[in-house]
Design a protein around this ligand. Structure first.
Ligand SMILES: [Zn+2]
Ligand SMILES: [Zn+2]
Length: 552
């Protein structure tokens, strides 16, 4: 009989930044017990029109759900837990997380009416627990949200350190510092493999400390005479703390704009964070505060059209307004893919005489992911035999593998979603390619991203849509003029083209034999091909063409 194996299978987040979903398996071939680490989403970048939220397709593990022992969440970022409300139902197994993450997750589940359904097990910081053949020990790290955890996953075949998202921040402002002694102890005991964050592998040096931002923010805010808006990620609780203290020191009261900020502050306070931060005021108070005494913290740093900042910029926010001489400070970075929407937002602001300050002007943002020096420090502490880079695009993963080899790691395995890696017994390598893909959240339901709905919408958007209605009698002769409706093909008043389409449709019917004209399918298809050909030959567009045939 075959011996036990230790497996790693990413279904999301390997070969991309976003929608993390990692599986670890242990057992004999055909009898493997799995655990899932993280269940995240990614945001649409406009490639698929109308699709805002994209999820990993868990098809493989769904087929093995009876062998899934549980889901562990490393931290509360959307790319690590955002898919729980949409995918958990397919597994219905317990979810394990630390208190702040639990609190954020519960608020999310409550919005979807799932709060009482999902069994959540709260694990204390630095806590340990067992799931089937796995022993899991959490190690507190630093990142850009409270309670980021690395997980030491131990089996009879060795220990894997799943780092989650991390950096080495000596002054994280909120929460504990990273637990380097625990990492070193783990390294001294022996680590078989590390599965590690690759986001900033191209950044030299260190990522900088959250604690360094305060002075720069105070300087920036002190220069402002009018109203000030600072935008950042709602989940960056340390940044909320820093901004609010900087505001207070500049004699300004803090107003929160955006519901997600309110929810995040509630989750933070529930867990003992933000205890010393000044009071946050609700949007209603904005109008009562003199303009040189107010600072608004707002969501929408990526130019998201529905977020508070976009509405403020468009002068379309119910309570918060800006005018000539006011300032908007972006305490955030541009996530790749969002440059256009951020540019549009900033143009809209400066056009109205509002000053825009970004991290290009002053160091008012630090990344939550490790730069190269921090990654080297991690490798020196943990001393893994195998490195499997994740949380990066292919170029990040490859560069991370090079860095790992420079740190004397013996084996590196670069894989993308769907590649099942056998970590032990070694040497490590891909043993199987499993089905993987992406799903889209669409109108409250989950559909395949490469399915007919999303594909046809994109086709209709890029090529237009024509609907033609034909009324024929039992012999197949036209009983009335055909009717044409188009979307995105003709400019209003282009009657000649409309006539051209209708002539093409009529011609197609006339060229059919008497026998064929009695067959609805043959008539419809002939008209469809004729109309489609007309649009292709006239405009070079492969219009989606629908024929409605009515026989009287
Ligand atoms: Zn992440
Ligand atoms: Zn994160």
């Amino acid at each position: 009989m075959a011996d036990e194996e230790l497996l790693f299978l990413p279904l999301g987040g390997a070969g991309e930044i976003g929608m993390n979903m990692n599986l670890y398996g242990y057992g004999r071939p055909g009898d493997v017990t799995w655990i899932m680490v993280d269940m995240g989403i990614t945001f649409g970048d406009g490639t698929h029109p109308g699709v805002d939220v994209i999820l990993p397709d868990p098809e493989y593990i769904e087929a093995h759900k009876d062998h899934l022992a549980g889901i562990v969440l490393t931290h509360a970022h959307e790319d690590h837990l955002g898919a729980v409300p949409y995918l958990w139902d397919r597994f219905r197994v317990p979810i394990y997380a630390t208190p702040f993450t639990v609190s954020v997750l519960q608020r999310k589940l409550a919005q979807d009416g799932l709060l009482d359904e999902v069994p959540i097990v709260e694990i204390p910081l630095n806590g340990g627990f067992e799931l089937g053949p796995f022993r899991l020990d959490l190690i507190t790290m630093t990142h850009s949200i409270p309670e980021p955890n690395s997980i030491a996953i131990t089996t009879d075949l060795g220990t894997v350190l799943h780092t989650g998202d991390w950096k080495l921040d000596p002054d994280p402002v909120v929460g504990a510092s990273y637990d380097m002694p625990a990492l070193t102890r783990l390294g001294d005991k022996g680590v078989l493999a590390i599965v590690c964050d690759s986001t900033n592998v191209f950044t030299k040096g260190t990522s900088g400390s959250e604690g360094d931002i305060y002075d720069n923010l105070v300087k920036t805010i002190a220069e402002c005479e009018g109203r000030v808006v600072v935008t950042c990620f709602a989940s960056n609780v340390a940044r909320l703390d820093t901004i609010s203290r900087a505001a207070k020191d500049c004699g300004r009261e803090v107003v929160l704009a955006g519901r997600s900020l309110g929810r995040m502050v509630d989750s933070a306070r529930e867990n003992g964070y933000l205890q010393d931060a000044p009071k946050f005021l609700a949007e209603e108070y904005f109008g009562d505060i003199p303009k040189d005494k107010v600072l608004v913290i707002s969501t929408g740093s990526q130019g998201e059209p529905r977020a508070a900042l976009s509405r403020i910029a468009a002068d379309d926010h119910p309570r918060i307004y800006l005018s000539d001489g006011d300032t908007v400070i972006f305490s955030s970075r541009q996530i790749p893919g969002n440059e256009t929407s951020i540019g549009r937002l900033q143009n809209r602001l400066v056009r109205r005489g509002i000053r825009v300050v970004t991290d290009r002007d002053r160091p008012i943002h630090v990344s939550g992911h490790p730069a190269r020096d921090e990654m080297v420090e991690m490798y020196q502490a943990v001393k893994p035999r195998i490195a499997i880079p994740v949380h990066g695009e292919m170029r990040h993963l490859m560069e991370h593998a090079r860095l790992a080899r420079d740190c004397d790691v013996q084996e590196t395995v670069v894989v993308e979603n769907g590649a099942m890696v056998r970590i032990a017994p070694g040497p490590a390598g891909v043993v199987e390619q499993v089905p993987n893909g992406r799903l889209a959240l669409e109108g409250g339901r989950v559909v395949p991203l490469d399915g007919s709905l999303v594909r046809e919408r994109a086709r209709a958007l890029f090529n237009g849509h024509a609907v033609i209605t034909i009324v024929i009698d039992k012999d197949g002769d036209l009983a009335d003029d055909p009717l044409l409706t188009t979307t995105g093909l003709l400019e209003t008043g282009e009657v000649d083209y409309e006539d051209g389409v209708l002539d093409a449709a009529e011609d197609a019917i006339e060229h059919l034999s008497k026998k064929d004209r009695r067959d609805d399918d043959v008539v419809s298809e002939a008209v469809r091909i004729a109309v489609r050909r007309y649009f292709r030959q006239t405009f070079g567009k492969n219009a989606i063409t629908t024929v409605h045939l009515v026989r009287i």
